[in-house]
Design a protein around this ligand. Structure first.
Ligand SMILES: Nc1ncnc2c1ncn2[C@@H]1O[C@H](COP(=O)(O)OP(=O)(O)OP(=O)(O)O)[C@@H](O)[C@H]1O
Ligand SMILES: O=P(O)(O)OC[C@H]1O[C@H](OP(=O)(O)OP(=O)(O)O)[C@H](O)[C@@H]1O
Length: 216
């Protein structure tokens, strides 16, 4: 039998929404997959030709770009940050909806006009995307890379602005910040390694189609 197709799925909030989607695509993981307490990282499914790995959101893109996994589920925020040419993102899965935005302290926003910035210092998990966004309108962005809790940066003097994901807006509000600009709407995508798609299309193309049907 051919090697199993490996699908990389992120831990955290997308995992929960991805489970019903996988089921609709005919993929039922072994029970430990949904249990974030489990220390296993690779999981079998009802399909002997498909296994799943559970990794961090940013690492989904890395595993698939390098061909270590053939398919993955990942937020479009991560795809925009890395801009990997090896990845093909054929299906918007309609889960993990949020937006990526610029935010700053409410007091600063009261007298601030983002259109007048020529230089900004930004704390973010997304330095690539942030720099490209500001460069496109002639603003130089100096980024401080953080892996979480960006909302602390303005009050502690690390950077006066942040670029982060916003959904309900509760995290910003509870930290005295307001959204001043939406950079992009975000949702999770099915990603495929381009070379694997070509070389193993008999295995991979029907899977892509199954995900397409699952979101319809
Ligand atoms: N508030 C949100 N609402 C909806 N989707 C979100 C939200 N926050 C994050 N996401 C989506 O979920 C993905 C993973 O986010 P999550 O916050 O679970 O990761 P994390 O726990 O910060 O990642 P890591 O594994 O690096 O610790 C993001 O890349 C994004 O696409
Ligand atoms: O607008 P809201 O609904 O408040 O959602 C936004 C928050 O959600 C995400 O964090 P998450 O809860 O995943 O925590 P983490 O990034 O610190 O792991 C994101 O990084 C924001 O902090």
């Amino acid at each position: 039998m051919a090697d199993p197709v490996i699908i990389a799925v992120p831990k955290g909030r997308i995992l929960e929404e991805a489970l019903p989607l996988l089921a609709r695509a005919g993929i039922e993981p072994e029970p430990a997959f949904a249990d974030e307490g489990s220390r296993a990282l690779r999981f079998a499914t009802n399909r002997p030709d498909i296994s799943l790995i559970r990794v961090r959101a940013f690492d989904v893109a890395t595993f698939v770009a390098h061909g270590a996994a053939q398919l993955g589920i990942v937020g479009s925020d991560v795809l925009e940050e890395f801009d990997y040419s090896e990845l093909y993102a054929p299906v918007d899965l309609g889960i993990g909806h949020c937006r990526i935005s610029v935010a700053e302290p409410a007091e600063l926003a009261a007298s601030d006009d983002p259109r007048e910035w020529s230089h900004v210092r930004v704390a973010t998990k997304y330095p690539g995307l942030t720099r490209r966004h500001f460069e496109a309108r002639g603003v130089q962005a100096e980024c401080v890379k953080l892996n979480g809790a960006m909302e602390l940066a303005p009050t502690l003097g690390l950077a006066s602005r942040i670029v982060d994901l916003v959904s309900s807006g509760r995290t910003l509000k509870e930290n005295g910040l307001v959204e001043v600009e939406v950079i992009a709407e975000v949702s999770a995508r099915l990603i495929v390694n381009r070379a694997a798609f070509k070389m193993r299309s008999a295995q991979i193309a029907p899977l892509v189609e199954a995900f397409r049907e699952a979101v319809r």
